[in-house]
Design a protein around this ligand. Structure first.
Ligand code: SIN
Length: 295
């Protein structure tokens, strides 16, 4: 299949930050390359400068998912280019690099740097992380998203995928702004802002960052509604995600309007969840006479 100009061998990719391909290669060796669980690999967010991320605790388990307040820790552009990109280029699937900056000019520098690398198939713009203020602001408002694209679009001919936040009044309006200002695709949903109270200290939040982003089965209904809303507003390809645990859940997101599906939190329970879900989806489609539509 083709998604926004990227040739893919299947319909399931990873959600940014939920599968560490470099650590997985260390753990599983070349067996990982022989049966890579995704049709493309989306990197964890890269910023211009290194980031420490948020203070601990960073995770809280929910009845139907989890809260994270990771805060985008990463080694920064230069070390990512020198240390991580050569390893990620060995993966047997297209590489999508996720980037974030605190100002459009920062994002433009990241897009230009990765746009110049043949190892990179596409860029995902993270304007939706709930754990850093700047990223959320750029993606919560159609005007900010349009202004960002006006600065970064000219920096590369590679596909630009804008990752939308569910924490805004209208993801459909933000998607429409992205479409009008040159995006090639949108991805949604990022996590839903939430909070957990400290179990032993009254009035204190548990997470070091105060609030966090909710993911997992709890957000699946939100993802379905928002993918459908965005589908009705734009013609852009949609990478849909949110609580996908099975082929049936992937099929539902596709039926709601997505063209490609990402698996996120489920990969923390089972690193091979992507392969299982892709196989289940193929079987569902084969049994309903849709084989070939998603392969
Ligand atoms: C994080 O690192 O805080 C999570 C990434 C995101 O929500 O975009």
């Amino acid at each position: 299949m083709n998604f926004a100009g990227i040739e893919l061998s299947g319909s399931i990719v990873n959600a940014s930050g939920t599968f560490d391909a470099i650590a997985a290669r260390r753990a599983f060796g070349d067996a990982l390359l022989a049966s890579f669980p995704f049709a493309a690999f989306v990197s964890k967010t890269v910023t211009l400068e290194p980031r420490q991320g948020n203070p601990p605790p960073r995770l809280w388990e929910l009845g139907a998912g989890m809260l994270n307040s990771i805060g985008l820790p990463n080694k920064g552009l230069n070390r990512f280019l020198a240390e991580d990109l050569p390893q990620l280029a060995e993966l047997p699937v297209p590489l999508i690099v996720n980037v974030m900056g605190s100002a459009p000019q920062d994002v433009a520098r990241l897009v230009a740097a990765f746009g110049a690398r043949e190892e990179v198939a596409a860029l995902e713009l993270n304007v939706s992380c709930p754990n850093v203020t700047t990223g959320l602001l750029m993606g919560a408002d159609p005007g900010e998203t349009a202004a960002l694209l006006d600065v970064v679009r000219s920096q590369t001919a590679k596909p630009l995928i804008v990752k939308l936040t569910p924490n805004c009044a209208s993801p459909g309006e933000v998607a429409a702004a992205a479409e009008q200002h040159g995006a090639d695709a949108v991805s949604l949903i990022n996590t839903v802002r939430g909070m957990a109270m400290h179990p032993r200290r009254p009035r204190e939040p548990w997470l070091g960052g105060g609030t966090g982003g909710m993911s997992g089965p709890a957000v699946r209904a939100i993802a379905l509604a928002q993918v459908r809303e965005v589908r009705r507003r734009v013609r852009l390809p949609i990478l849909g995600m949110g609580g996908v645990q099975s082929g049936r859940h992937a099929r539902e997101l596709l039926d709601a309007g997505a063209d490609l599906v990402a698996v996120g939190t489920e990969s923390f329970r089972d690193p091979l969840a992507g392969s299982r879900i892709a196989a289940e989806l193929l079987e569902i489609d084969a049994n309903s006479g849709m084989i070939g539509v998603t392969a």
